[in-house]
Design a protein around this ligand. Structure first.
Ligand code: HEM
Length: 518
């Protein structure tokens, strides 16, 4: 009377790993083993109970429970697309960045647009700033330019960023967005008024992500081949034209399409109507910065275009939709500290805080090896001494031996001082990579400690050293002996004597044979 779902008895299973109808691939477990039934749980009799040994069902339950990763703490709702950045103007007098090395040069990139305050399921057409994050896969490393659609920001000190975001997100008791919190914060922070005026003005709700501009807002630095530094702001102007929604239009749109921006981007790219932006920079010299009427690194203010005109640099085109939203958009990780030679930070306090914040967010949200995912992976060789962590080893680059520096291993990655940023003079002090070994005596105190020891202590020290070091490569031992010599010539002599005993293999009577003051 029972109806067994599976027809096959398990005997004589089909050969060749094909599916039962031969039309699609064979269904397998995550370990690659063929699956016979994906609809009926293994049970003791037709009415159950179920068996622990139906491991595929167990894995399905577990994997489903783990499908979500933490959403971005801000900018959680987003849309991503790949594209190309093309240089249209020679700006090599400002930067040696390889992305700008030649007029006409094209660099692949990925861009993620977002709203700020809403969660991952929020409606797109809300009144909110829009994120405009770009990752350029340059031949000298990934350069991330993480912009907004407004040229300024609400606050100028990083202490206020997290507090500002709290005021914009949900009330901790009611879990409601709360106008009192928002306006309480804004009314206590007059520096927010400039961006508040943007936000509640006509441009406060872009019609789509294609119909808005992108701005670095922050000042960054550019460094040329001569090591000269200028300050720059980036602007990306939409070639689709600015189009926005009123509150009423947005409410109407959201009522029938909560994903209007996402849908618009996917459809435009799918039908070949590739969105484009013209890229510009504004440039300020250090002398101009010194004499400027306000702090030019204040993120709440623009640089007047009359004083610092826009200089065209290139064109951005988005032309490819991701194939897997989770892998390529949700797990994409943009990082204002991803600089390349020729482009760097400025003293803007907010930017300085962002240099830490995003990297930290990625380590938590995506994981320590987030750059191994194809969307985040540099498209140039990577060699470094960062190692391990969860999901390490998805790619070979940056792995293996040696895993420490300095080392004397042939072929190991080494830095090149040509890539050092030039010194940065801040009045009385200069920011630079000061040599931590200059003016430091590494030997006197080590020698004093040796000299303080009595005969037996010295011998024990030498024995311990050779028992550890005796089997090392000759060049390493030679280098280390020279250090002992510099601390005290008797120190070097004693270790050499101990080494001789070690090599002769008569360590047993080492104590007798080694004379500390021989
Ligand atoms: C996302 C922090 C200011 C644009 C984020 C995230 C954090 C963060 C933690 C989430 C990152 C992730 O989980 O992937 C901060 C801090 C700021 C600051 C601490 C100031 C002190 C700004 C400013 C802009 C900006 C001034 C624009 C000029 C963005 C964008 C994203 C983002 C576009 C989304 C990136 C993406 O698409 O993955 N921010 N932010 N943020 N932020 Fe900021």
């Amino acid at each position: 009377a029972s109806s067994r779902a599976s027809k096959s008895s398990g005997k004589g299973a089909r050969k060749g790993r094909s599916s039962s109808n031969g039309r699609g691939p064979l269904l397998t477990t995550a370990d690659g083993a063929p699956v016979g039934d994906q609809e009926n749980a293994l049970s003791a009799g037709p009415r159950g109970p179920l068996l622990m040994q139906d491991v595929n069902l167990i894995e399905q339950i577990q994997r489903f429970n783990r499908e979500r990763m933490p959403e971005r703490v801000v900018h959680a709702k987003g849309t991503g697309a790949y594209g190309t950045f093309k240089v249209t103007n020679d700006i090599r007098r400002y930067t040696k960045a390889s992305i700008f090395s030649k007029k006409g040069k094209k660099t692949e990139c990925v861009v993620r647009f977002s709203t700020v305050a809403g969660e991952r399921g929020a409606a797109d057409a809300e009144r909110d700033p829009r994120g405009f994050a770009m990752k350029f896969y340059t031949d000298e490393g990934n350069w991330d330019l993480v912009c907004n659609n407004t040229p300024v920001f609400f606050v100028r000190d990083p202490y206020k960023f997290q507090m500002f975001i709290h005021s914009q997100k949900r009330h901790p008791e009611t879990n409601l967005r709360d106008a009192n919190m928002q306006w309480d914060f804004w009314s206590l922070c007059p520096e927010s008024l400039h961006q508040v005026t943007w936000l509640f003005g006509d441009r406060g709700i872009p019609r789509t992500y294609r119909h808005m501009n992108g701005y670095s807002s922050h000042t960054y630095s550019m460094i040329n081949d001569e090591g000269e530094r200028v300050w720059v702001k980036f602007h990306f102007k939409t070639m689709q034209g600015i189009e926005c929604l009123t509150n009423a239009e947005a409410a109407d749109l959201i009522a029938h399409d909560r994903e209007s921006h996402q849908r618009d981007m996917i459809e435009a790219i799918n039908k070949g109507d590739f969105p484009r932006w013209k890229a510009y920079i504004q440039v300020m010299t250090q002398d101009e910065a010194n004499e400027f009427r306000w702090n030019p690194f204040d993120l709440t203010k623009v640089w007047p275009h009359g004083d610092f005109p826009l200089i065209e640099v290139g064109e951005l085109e988005l032309n490819r939709n991701p194939k897997n939203y989770h892998h390529e958009v949700e797990q994409s990780a943009f990082n204002p500290s991803a600089f390349v030679p020729g482009i760097g930070p400025s003293p803007d306090k907010m930017l300085q805080a962002r240099l830490l914040s995003y990297q930290d967010a990625h380590l938590y949200r995506v994981g320590v090896n987030y750059r191994d995912l194809s969307v985040n992976k540099p498209r140039c060789p990577v060699h470094n001494y960062l190692r391990d962590g969860q999901f390490g080893g998805m790619h070979d680059e940056g792995t293996g031996f040696p895993n420490y520096y300095p080392n004397s291993i042939k072929g190991a990655p080494r830095p090149n001082p040509d890539y050092n940023e030039p010194p940065w003079h801040l009045g009385d002090v200069t920011v630079d990579r000061w040599d931590s070994r200059v003016d430091h005596d590494d030997f006197t105190q080590a020698g004093d400690l040796f000299r303080l020891m009595d005969r037996d202590e010295k011998v024990r020290l030498a024995v311990n050293i050779v028992e550890s070091m005796g089997g090392c490569r000759k060049d390493i031992i030679k280098r280390q002996l020279e250090l002992f010599d510099k601390a005290d010539e008797n120190y070097g002599r004693l270790v050499r004597k101990a080494l001789e005993s070690y090599r002769r293999g008569d360590m047993d009577d080492l104590h007798e044979s080694v004379q500390p003051h021989a």
